[in-house]
Design a protein around this ligand. Structure first.
Ligand SMILES: NS(=O)(=O)c1c(F)cccc1F
Ligand SMILES: [Zn+2]
Length: 266
């Protein structure tokens, strides 16, 4: 069985027992209380800039906690906004819930979205590896994109979703080189909130500069059901067919405490 997860006996309320950082004062996610967001001028002319290649080889893996696409981010770059250096894309993944009224990790004035996409970058200017960066206060930069249910499929996500039947069980992976247009995985508006936080999964290192976009992208109900068909157990774990389904993998919000929440964009 997993030493941490999202069920009643190994879920977020138990993580601090084995992962003490989970009880820290700079944890993620948080509820974005829009009345607390300050739109100071320090960000006003610093647009978030990203450059992702159009065609790249990717590996999608079932981590037991969800799907993750490893991007070998050689010619990727994220800069601007709250970032003082250039960060490279390491991987992206998603969090979702059992029903569409929950699933995102960050919430906005208490509202949850159906899912949340995370693009995880690391500070390759200051540190020599993702692993080293994940132990530093400015080591990672994660872009959070809310996902809400719409009528249409999300065409870019469909390229990933079509691979999920090959990685139903924990540990399975699939190599694919597809031309992913990351730009269409991000909302049109660059309006975002930013604050200092952590990994939202154990070990919950407090190493992330979070940027959460205000505008959601859409995903269809069918596509979200495919996410929920993933299993948190390996093929060899003989369990009932309906057991071990990853129907939810989000951490509920933690207190913002005395952290500053900044807002930028139109
Ligand atoms: N959820 S998250 O984006 O904070 C995250 C990371 F950044 C890195 C590893 C795992 C993980 F879950
Ligand atoms: Zn995440």
């Amino acid at each position: 069985s997993l030493d941490w997860g999202y069920t009643d006996d190994n879920g977020p309320s138990t993580w601090a027992e084995k992962y003490p950082l989970a009880a820290g004062a700079r944890q993620s996610p948080v509820d974005i209380d829009t009345s607390k967001a300050t739109s100071d001028n320090s960000l006003v002319d610093r647009e978030i800039d990203w450059s992702y290649p159009s065609n790249c080889s990717y590996r999608i893996v079932n981590t037991g906690y969800g799907w993750r696409v490893d991007t070998y981010g050689d010619d990727t770059a994220l800069s601007g906004g709250p970032l003082s250096e250039v960060y490279k894309l390491e991987q992206f993944h998603c969090h979702w819930g059992a029903t569409n009224d929950e699933g995102s990790e960050h919430t906005v004035d208490g509202k949850s979205y159906a899912a949340e996409l995370h693009l995880v970058h690391w500070n390759s200017e200051k540190y020599s590896s993702f692993k080293e960066a994940a132990s530093q206060p400015d080591g990672l930069a994660v872009l959070g994109v809310f996902m809400e249910i719409g009528n249409a499929d999300n065409a870019e996500l469909e390229k990933i979703i079509s691979l999920i039947p090959k990685i139903i069980h924990k540990g399975q992976d699939s190599q694919a080189s597809f031309d992913l247009d990351f730009g269409s995985l991000l909302p049109e508006s660059k309006h975002y909130w930013t604050y200092l936080g952590s990994l939202t999964t154990p070990p919950c290192n407090e190493c992330v500069i979070w940027t959460v976009f205000k505008e959601p992208i859409t995903i269809s109900e069918r596509q979200l059901e495919v996410f929920r068909s993933l299993k948190s157990v390996g093929e060899e774990d003989a369990i009932e067919p309906e057991e071990g389904k990853l129907v939810k993998n989000y951490r509920p919000p933690l207190p913002l405490g005395n952290r500053v929440l900044r807002e930028c964009g139109p």
